[in-house]
Write a protein that binds this ligand. Structure first.
Ligand code: ZN
Length: 82
């Protein structure tokens, strides 16, 4: 899927740094578990949904390094299109 600089696709999102998870989560990037009591990043926001009419709320858990990888990959792509 090409990465366009769309603003409407993702209406808003923000990062929440969790220092100590209260329970086990699954990383949305690598699908591996984030163990209890470890730190992780949660991104929450609202995005336009193409499947439902309206907006969809999302909340994803990430390993900090997976999110950094993901964002690095996107900016790398944008630079290439530059
Ligand atoms: Zn991960």
């Amino acid at each position: 899927m090409p990465q366009y600089k769309t603003k409407s696709y993702q209406e808003f999102s923000r990062d929440k740094q969790i220092k100590k998870s209260r329970k086990e989560h699954t990383c949305c990037s690598c699908n591996k578990s984030i163990p209890k009591s470890s730190s992780y990043t949660r991104t929450v926001g609202v995005s336009e949904s193409h499947y439902h009419h309206g907006n969809a709320f999302f909340s994803n858990a990430w390993h900090p390094e997976c999110l950094a990888d993901h964002r690095g990959y996107i900016s790398w792509n944008l630079r290439r299109q530059g």
